[in-house]
Design a protein around this ligand. Structure first.
Ligand SMILES: [Zn+2]
Length: 234
C-alpha cells in the first residue's frame, strides 16, 4: 500500500467505527420505546384484571342487597300471614312468600356463580401481577444497559474523532479532500482494495486492464471508473 494510503486507512478505520456507533446510537431510542411499550402492555393487563375483579365485587354486593331486601319482604309477609284471619288473604300471602323465596334462591345461585368468577379473576390478577414484576425487572435492566451503551458509545466517538483529527493533520491535503468528498457521496469505505482478479471491492465491478495496471503500479492515485472509490492493490 502506498504510504499516503496508510494514514488514510487509519482515518477510514475510525470512520467505519464511527458509522457503526452512530447506527447503533440511532437505534437505541427505538429499543427503549419498545421496552416501554412492553411494560405498558403488562401494566394494562394488570389494570384490566383489577377492574374486572372490582366490577365483579360490585355485582356481588348488588346481589347481596337484592337478597337482603327480599328476605326483609318475606319476613314482613310472614308477619302479615300470621296476623291475618282471612283464608283468601292467607293463601295470597303464602303465594307471595313462595315467589320471593324462589327469587332469593335464584339470586343466591347467581351470587355463587359470581363468587366462583371472583376466584378465577383473582388468579388472573395474581398471574398478571407476577408477570408485570418480572417484566418490570427485565425492562429496568434493559433501559439501564441501553443508557450505559449510549455513554460508552459517546465517549468512544469523542476519542475516535480526536484520533481522526490528529491523523488528518498527517495526511496529504488533496488526498484527504478527495476522501472527504467520496465519504459524503459514497459513505465508508472510500479506500478499497482491487482484488487479484481486478474487481473493485467497493462496487464489485471489474476494472479495465489499464486501470488495474495503474493501481498495481502504485505510483499515483487511481479511482474506480465505476464508483470513484480510491483503489489499492490487494
Ligand atoms: Zn468501484
Amino acid at each position: 500500500m502506498r504510504t499516503e494510503y496508510v494514514t488514510l486507512a487509519t482515518i477510514q478505520e475510525r470512520d467505519l467505527r464511527l458509522q457503526d456507533i452512530r447506527t447503533q446510537l440511532e437505534r437505541i431510542p427505538e429499543d427503549k420505546s419498545l421496552a416501554a411499550t412492553r411494560l405498558a402492555d403488562n401494566q394494562a393487563s394488570v389494570e384490566a384484571a383489577k377492574s374486572a375483579g372490582q366490577h365483579n365485587e360490585v355485582a356481588i354486593k348488588t346481589l347481596e342487597l337484592d337478597i337482603e331486601t327480599r328476605r326483609e319482604t318475606i319476613n314482613r309477609l310472614k308477619t302479615q300471614q300470621f296476623e291475618t284471619r282471612k283464608n283468601e288473604e292467607f293463601n295470597a300471602l303464602k303465594h307471595e312468600i313462595m315467589r320471593y323465596t324462589e327469587d332469593v334462591d335464584g339470586l343466591e345461585t347467581q351470587e355463587l356463580e359470581l363468587m366462583e368468577k371472583a376466584d378465577a379473576l383473582n388468579s388472573v390478577l395474581k398471574d398478571a401481577t407476577a408477570a408485570l414484576a418480572k417484566i418490570q425487572g427485565a425492562v429496568n435492566e434493559e433501559v439501564k444497559m441501553l443508557d450505559e451503551r449510549v455513554t460508552t458509545f459517546e465517549a468512544e466517538a469523542i476519542t475516535l474523532e480526536s484520533e481522526r483529527e490528529a491523523k488528518i493533520a498527517e495526511t496529504d491535503e488533496d488526498l484527504f479532500s478527495m476522501y472527504s468528498r467520496l465519504l459524503k457521496t459514497r459513505g465508508v469505505p472510500v479506500l478499497v482494495a482491487l482484488s487479484d482478479d481486478g474487481q473493485c471491492r467497493g462496487c464489485h465491478v471489474k476494472a479495465i486492464s489499464s486501470i488495474q495496471a495503474r493501481v498495481r503500479g502504485e505510483k499515483e492515485m487511481v479511482q474506480c471508473e465505476n464508483c470513484g472509490r480510491i483503489l489499492y492493490p490487494e
